[in-house]
Design a protein around this ligand. Structure first.
Ligand SMILES: Cc1cc2nc3c(=O)[nH]c(=O)nc-3n(C[C@H](O)[C@H](O)[C@H](O)COP(=O)(O)OP(=O)(O)OC[C@H]3O[C@@H](n4cnc5c(N)ncnc54)[C@H](O)[C@@H]3O)c2cc1C
Length: 396
């Protein structure tokens, strides 16, 4: 390969206590919790709305914060954001037994505590909330590089309309979904071995109104396959961390949406697409190699450094405590992750990547980032107390 040298003097134009890279659900939760601990927070978002896959990616189903047996398990910001996503109405599939007094038995028999929301209203509501809490949001801004010294990130280099500039930081929460900051700072990462199947969720309008068409279902992890899975859109697989490959993912998705619309209209359905995803619908790409992965073996297991609880969206019953050590690694002291790039086993990743878990991990990571610039040496009891004070449940 040929190379060119780029030598730039980068101006430092700002500084903050906690820099959150990526404004998906994990980033919203991290920024919110850090700001509520009194930290000066800057949130960088590459796109021009908050919510990531949960808004721009059109994945507008906030999966359950209950165990499927009638008990709520995730609280704090995970519940706050679920309610925020439907605060202006526009809820589809609202499980009424969770929005009124009801017994555990009624809730166990009924729907799980999940909502389908309007992604655009959720993005606007989340933005208003973060601004109210004093978070500085920089849209159209990519975290492009980092300056690391003595095992700590000193500054994050941003690229946006103002050029290439640096922000001095005390700690960083990687909520990019793809562990970009981990890679930039030299922290060890793992990739998704099974690789992603194609997804092309889009909104269409027909005589019954607007609907989300979830083209491209999630497949089971390899170790759970039983031969009864829905047909995939294509046999192609995608790592999600290669620019050419991501472009092919997008183009193939567009092709599938066109085919779907034409096929429906040939059946006299009068369908019109109204929104295409503006970020790639990749489920799992890259995660930090943390100290201790979240694992299916953790079902109903008490974890000493628990900083939250979440459930299994696929099955009623299993519940897991979130180990603080699944959020940070050993390589970069002041870097922590949240959302779909936290550390899980390959098989567990499908459980930890979903929206409610992103909110739970975001709150733990953001709170921790406000408390320290060296995650391994943080007093976990202090972190747990701060989370419990804010209404987070860390035990079953
Ligand atoms: C097809 C599909 C279906 C799904 N179905 C469901 C479902 O029904 N329910 C559910 O709960 N979950 C579902 N999920 C999972 C869920 O949507 C995501 O895993 C979750 O929203 C991820 O949130 P996140 O904040 O970790 O990451 P993301 O939503 O990916 O957010 C990352 C954000 O960071 C920004 N970013 C990335 N790199 C940079 C950078 N270098 N600098 C600045 N900004 C950057 C991105 O623009 C993005 O906004 C689905 C996912 C897919 C792909």
């Amino acid at each position: 390969m040929e190379y060119i040298n780029e030598s730039n003097k980068i101006p430092i134009y700002d500084e903050c206590d906690v820099l959150v890279a990526g404004g998906g659900v994990a980033g919203i939760s991290a920024a919110l919790s850090a700001a509520r601990q009194g930290a000066k927070v800057t949130l960088l978002e590459r796109e021009y709305m908050l919510g990531g896959l949960g808004t721009a990616g059109l994945i507008a189903i906030y999966l359950p914060i209950c165990d499927g047996m009638g008990n709520q398990v995730s609280f704090g910001i995970a519940e706050e954001l679920l309610k925020l996503s439907v605060e202006h109405g526009f809820a589809r599939r609202n499980p009424e037994e969770w929005f009124r007094e009801a017994t555990v038995e009624e809730r166990a028999k009924g729907n799980r505590y999940l909502v389908e929301y309007n992604p655009h209203m959720f993005a606007i509501s989340a933005e208003k909330l973060l601004l109210k809490e004093g978070v500085k949001i920089l849209y159209g801004t990519v975290a492009a590089s980092v300056n690391v010294n003595d095992g700590k990130i000193n500054a994050v280099i941003t690229e946006n309309k103002s050029g290439r500039r640096a922000i001095k930081v005390k700690s960083v929460v990687d909520c990019t979904g793809d562990a970009d900051i981990c890679v930039l700072s030299g922290a060890e990462v793992e990739t998704y071995v099974q690789k992603n199947v194609l997804a092309a969720w889009y909104y269409f309008y027909d005589k019954n109104g607007i609907k989300l068409n979830p083209l491209g279902y999630a497949e089971l992890p390899d170790d759970e396959k039983d031969g009864t899975e829905p047909e995939m859109l294509t046999q192609d697989r995608f790592t999600g961390i290669d620019a050419e490959e991501i472009s092919r993912f997008i183009q193939l998705g567009h092709e599938k949406i066109e085919e779907d619309v034409l096929r429906r209209n040939a059946n006299e359905e009068t369908v019109e697409p109204v929104t295409l995803p503006s970020i790639p619908q990749l489920r799992m790409t890259r995660m930090i190699k943390g100290i201790c992965p979240s694992s299916k073996e953790d079902d109903h297991k008490e974890i000493e450094d628990s900083v939250g609880v979440f459930s299994n969206w696929r099955a009623r019953g299993p519940v897991y405590q979130l180990s603080f050590r699944s959020l940070y690694g050993k390589d970069v002291k002041n870097l922590i992750t949240a959302g779909r790039c936290m550390y899980s086993t390959q098989s567990m990743w499908d459980i930890t990547r979903v929206i409610p878990v992103c909110a739970v991990t975001g709150e733990a990571a953001g709170t921790a980032a406000a408390l320290t610039d060296d995650f391994a040496s943080l007093d976990v009891k202090l972190l747990q107390d701060k989370l419990v004070e804010k209404g987070v449940k860390i035990t079953f």
